[in-house]
Ligand binder design. Structure first.
Ligand code: FES
Length: 151
């Protein structure tokens, strides 16, 4: 049954998005592999389900910095590019395991600092985009209402 409000009981302190899209992990394009099977197996073996979300994603956007990992927190997202070595994925899962065991988010692995990148436009640009988006959504909404009233 679909709930009436989008309230979830499956809350976690962090979600790790590992890109395995059109560029990240595409060895045929000359990019380093993403250890998808290992990540899934290890995630289960470490019993991280429902403690941290692991999402193997399609293209996350910044294809020019393969391989990409994004970690979402309640306070925002952190984006990392050029995650090219197996040990780096292992370190990210080690961090997730240690955080889950301690019951608190621990500092991210230090190596990630050199891989962090900005993916979203600064807030000033975003607010202009949001206004445009709101205007087009409102316009689309009125078109929908007009169509509904005609039928
Ligand atoms: S394929 Fe990974 S960011 Fe596009």
């Amino acid at each position: 049954m679909i709930p009436l409000e989008p309230l979830t009981k499956r809350k976690v302190p962090a979600q790790i998005l590992v890109c395995n899209g059109c560029c990240c992990g595409r060895t045929e394009k000359g990019h380093p592999p993403v250890p998808v099977d290992w990540l899934k197996q290890e995630f289960k073996a470490r019993k991280l389900l429902r403690k941290v979300h692991l999402t193997i994603a399609g293209c996350l956007g910044p294809c020019d910095t393969p391989n990409v990992v994004c970690i979402n927190f309640a306070f925002g997202s952190r984006w990392f590019g050029l995650i090219t070595e197996f040990w780096q994925y292992e370190a990210i899962l080690d961090w997730a395991s240690a955080s889950a065991e301690s019951g608190a988010l621990l500092p991210l692995p230090a190596f990630l600092a050199a891989h962090e990148m900005e993916v979203l436009l600064p807030a000033a640009s975003n607010s202009a985009m949001l206004e445009m988006e709101r205007a087009s959504t409102a316009s689309a909404g009125s078109q929908y209402l007009i169509q509904q009233s005609k039928s």
